[in-house]
Design a protein around this ligand. Structure first.
Ligand code: DGL
Length: 270
């Protein structure tokens, strides 16, 4: 009954950790495509092909349901996968919608027309590919009206995290927040629209100031997965074992993951 969790690298571990804390009995198989990270600077075809390859590998582990714990893949590839590629007996879910439902005060499956919501000025921090896709604005427009979104492509942050360079990652976060604030001086909410960013969430909060509510996805995705599996238990795959797989160098990736998550993680070669 395993569920797969996929990301371009280390970022999806923030989501995996939250799912593991929320559903401790659920076996999880993680796949980080560290060999090809970052996805955020690739074109949509490239992201589609790499994501399909990663998801196929997770099916081999007995995971019929795979969470794309990667906003870039969710934004650039998920719709195309669902429309053109996915077999009927498999499911792939993204990380965007739970976040937007929280922001727009909606419960799962509430398809009522868009309406006014409390928050009016939202800062979105994401990879260049996610920002370029405008997927966040598209999903938001289905649910809310009158929300002003200012998006900041945060070039370099994922790379710095993957290299294990926390100081560089934090410096880049400060400069991206400053750039955004020049265009939107007083955001009420900030969305961390990349699963790597919770690893430097304190740097975002510090640069934004204490009055800005920072939304990160991990907890929201964990709750939404539990809810999904209650409704669709048939998508609990046959796998029984939790594993961490990487397309990169397992030694190196284990070291970086342990450094950022502050607990020991052992990766195996995918
Ligand atoms: N964690 C991925 C995301 O949520 C990272 C993207 C990348 O590889 O650039 O977008």
């Amino acid at each position: 009954m395993a569920v797969g969790v996929f990301d371009s690298g280390l970022g999806g571990l923030t989501v995996l950790d939250a799912i593991a804390a929320h559903s401790p009995e659920l076996p999880l198989v993680y796949l980080g495509d560290n060999k090809h990270t970052p996805y955020g600077v690739r074109d949509a075809d490239d992201i589609f092909n790499l994501t399909c390859a990663g998801v196929t590998r997770l099916w081999e582990e007995g995971c019929d349901l795979v969470i794309l714990a990667c906003n870039t893949a969710s934004a650039a590839a998920l719709k195309r996968m669902q429309e053109t590629w996915l077999p009927k007996d498999k499911r792939v879910l993204g990380v965007f919608v739970p976040m937007i439902e929280a922001l727009t005060e909606r419960r799962w499956g509430d398809n009522s027309p868009p309406r006014e919501v409390e928050v009016k000025h939202v800062a979105l921090f994401a990879t260049p590919a996610t920002v370029a896709s405008r997927a966040f604005q598209r999903e938001l427009a289905f649910r809310a009206i009158g929300v002003d979104v200012e998006a900041q492509p945060c070039g370099g942050v994922v790379d710095a995290i993957e290299q294990g360079d926390e100081i560089l990652a934090e410096a880049l976060v400060a400069s991206h927040v400053e750039a955004l604030k020049r265009r939107m001086p007083h955001p009420e909410a900030a969305i961390l629209g990349c699963t790597h960013y919770p690893l430097v969430q304190a740097a975002f909060q510090k640069a934004l100031g204490p009055d800005v509510k920072v939304y990160s996805q991990a907890q929201l995705v964990a709750e939404s997965l539990e809810d999904y599996l209650k409704r669709r238990p048939e998508f609990l795959g046959e796998g029984t074992q939790s594993r961490y797989l990487t397309t990169g160098d397992p030694e190196r990736v284990s070291g970086k993951a342990t450094q950022f998550l502050r607990h020991s993680i052992r990766f195996e070669s995918a």
